[in-house]
Design a protein around this ligand. Structure first.
Ligand SMILES: NC(=O)C1=CN([C@@H]2O[C@H](COP(=O)(O)OP(=O)(O)OC[C@H]3O[C@@H](n4cnc5c(N)ncnc54)[C@H](OP(=O)(O)O)[C@@H]3O)[C@@H](O)[C@H]2O)[C@@H](O)CC1
Ligand SMILES: Nc1ncnc2c1ncn2[C@@H]1O[C@H](COP(=O)(O)OP(=O)(O)O)[C@@H](O)[C@H]1O
Ligand SMILES: [Mg+2]
Length: 274
């Protein structure tokens, strides 16, 4: 068991080299948000941009474009059609699929496009509706660096384990049949990579509000884009997201306020390096 705390995270969050430019900070594509859950796409994208992703594009239902542009002009948008989306997916360093995507035919079709297109050097973060769809349909998974981010009931859909059965031993046994990294969200969140268990030490019930998990997907995406895709980076992203929520000292940690605090918090984490 590896305990993930501030010292652990400070080893991951690097100062930016002088010669940095946006292309070096990672291209993130977020496939999220149907006509009812545009907020999930906006929260995921906001977290990705505010945690430092260099170029962020959101593939979402066109109903969400105006709101996204107004809230987050740093992000680009595209629709969910294969013709426009495929080249963006191919060029991405990190893909997020699922927050607020829904489970209808359009969601299934774009999820299948992502699974068909993702390749081995890309990180692929699978969350929310995409976890539910993958659990139902059991599609062939791509040879990519897959990161699953289920809550307890999404993990039950993936593994068959009820929340009360979800201990480290059972989780590891079930995840051994799957590929990639598992971020099993909860209190606390545990990250599994097939070998180690990373135990998160930040977070509180203030995070029990819609959008906290959507926001986490963006933080993980930005961390993988900047610091490399591995279990340490992912566990550090989990700690940073929940620690930022703790730092608000508010009764409810509103996801948009958590995201807004990330640039200053990450500067603090990086400042500890000589
Ligand atoms: N603003 C937006 O656009 C938002 C959009 N969102 C998007 O909505 C989509 C659906 O996601 P979802 O998680 O709401 O629904 P789903 O997967 O059916 O799970 C619900 C079931 O699981 C249970 N349950 C949940 N957590 C649990 C836990 N920790 N421990 C135990 N039980 C737990 C829960 O229990 P209950 O509440 O009934 O007690 C219920 O039975 C997804 O794409 C997401 O990204 C949301 O992010 C909200 C903000
Ligand atoms: N009581 C709690 N203690 C610590 N973290 C929590 C608590 N409740 C929720 N969280 C965090 O909030 C997030 C919830 O994710 P999720 O259920 O997917 O939210 P949503 O889909 O609404 O965005 C996870 O990161 C989880 O760890
Ligand atoms: Mg969720």
């Amino acid at each position: 068991m590896i305990v993930v705390d501030r010292a652990f995270t400070e080893r991951v969050v690097k100062k930016r080299p002088i010669a940095s430019y946006k292309g070096k900070m990672g291209r993130v594509v977020i496939v999220a948000g149907n006509d009812r859950f545009g907020g999930a796409a906006i929260m995921s994208a906001t977290a990705a941009v505010y945690a430092g992703a260099g170029l962020t594009t959101v593939a979402t239902n066109p109903d969400n474009w105006t709101a996204l542009h107004a809230r987050l002009p740093e992000a680009m948008v595209t629709d969910l059609q294969a013709e426009t989306l495929t080249p963006l997916l191919t060029n991405a360093d990190v893909i997020v699929v699922g927050p607020g995507l829904g489970e209808d035919a359009a969601a299934k079709s774009v999820l299948n496009l992502v699974l068909k297109t993702a390749s081995k050097d890309q990180a692929l973060i699978i969350d929310g509706s995409a976890i539910t769809l993958c659990s139902q349909d059991r599609p062939q998974m791509p040879n990519a660096k897959i990161i699953w981010t289920p809550h307890a009931v999404e993990w039950q859909r993936m593994s068959g384990l009820t929340p009360s059965q979800q201990d480290d031993k059972e989780n590891q046994k079930a995840f051994a049949k799957m590929a990639g990294t598992l971020v099993l969200k909860g209190s606390p969140t545990r990250t599994y990579n097939g070998k180690d268990v990373f135990l998160n030490t930040s977070g509180s019930p203030a995070m029990a509000t819609g959008g906290s998990g959507d926001t986490l997907t963006g933080v993980i995406a930005a961390f993988c884009a900047q610091f490399g895709t591995n279990a340490q980076t992912i566990a550090a992203a989990v700690w940073t997201h929940s620690a930022a929520a703790d730092n608000l000292h508010e009764y409810v940690a509103l996801p948009t306020r958590v995201a807004a605090s990330l640039p200053a918090f990450m500067a603090e984490l990086a400042a500890t390096q000589s």
